[in-house]
Design a protein around this ligand. Sequence first.
Ligand code: NAD
Ligand code: UDP
Length: 321
Amino acid sequence: MVKNMKTSKRILVTGGAGFIGSHLCEKLLAQGNDVICMDNLFTGQKNNIRHLMSDHYFEFIRQDVLEDIYIECDQIYNLACPASPIHYQYDPIKTGKTSVIGALHTLGLAKRCKARILQASTSEVYGDPEVHPQPESYRGSVNPHGVRSCYDEGKRMAETLFFDYYRQHHVDIKVIRIFNTYGPRMRPDDGRVVSNFIVQALKGEDITIYGDGNQTRSFCYVDDLVEAMIRMMNSRDGFTGPVNLGNPGEFTMLELANLIIELTGSNSKIVYRPLPEDDPTQRRPDITLAKKELDWEPQVPLREGLEKTIAYFKNLLVGMM
Ligand code: NAD
Ligand code: UDP
């Protein structure tokens, strides 16, 4: 594709070989940008970006965000951080460092390059919320020393750094709080609920519900999220967020399990396992601000998004057998 030099931007995506990052890189390239994907491949995979490698405007750098970053760019999306509880709890100290030092390095880069920078924060900053649904003004209920705090507090500190760079150095920041997102390119061993249930259903294995299954989550299809991320990056000057991005449809894990059993036609049985420590009991985004500022709301209902995700995993599992 020939670039339109007036609109094309050099864009760094940290964590670009991960689930969300790879979809983002793909869309940014399709829009005519020059994309640099930086990833240490901890949870990301070359397979996620293999189809982009032949594009001259796509570059992959295998690098940890804990190392200094020396490139030039116009925009930065900072996604580097394991997102699944089993992965972020695998080496919690490293998870904390990734959020905090990763934020410092990308913010420093944004300051030097005068680039606009977007932080992929999370609904986990609300912890186990007492306010439902969660508006951005809610300050959260987070355990500062539990097993999830490496992620929750790391992301909260990253938000703090973003706003301090904004106030102190006038860095052009955008902060989004992503609620549970799913879709193709999640790892089959990712451990998050959507991929776990689909893989278990397709293999005819027991479907593992943690706790009584009445805890709720709101699931956003990845295409909807990526659209919102790009709208946020290109939103009006001075609109920093934080802004919630997610699908307000709210489901119990039991409802999700039954829907996946129905859509896969599986004979799997539901089994109950202990609830992990500090597992939030409810979660649903208030997306009033995203609707107003970004003119955005999710388009893909859960059933339709699950059908696409199931088709992806069916294909993947056939290839693995
Ligand atoms: P993912 O694990 O697939 O992607 C994270 C990527 O970051 C991976 O490619 C991984 O290899 C890379 N990475 C991890 N540590 C790194 C480091 N130190 N240096 C360089 N790269 C590193 O997860 P995802 O679901 O695509 O999440 C992407 C971002 O969105 C994360 O920051 C996550 O916290 C945030 N988020 C995701 C969700 C969700 O539901 N998927 C919800 C809230 C927030
Ligand atoms: N969960 C479950 N079975 C699984 C994996 C997860 O019941 O095999 C539950 C988990 O306890 C949580 C919800 O599903 O209540 C969402 O978990 P996930 O790890 O996907 O995301 P998060 O807890 O970070 O929202």
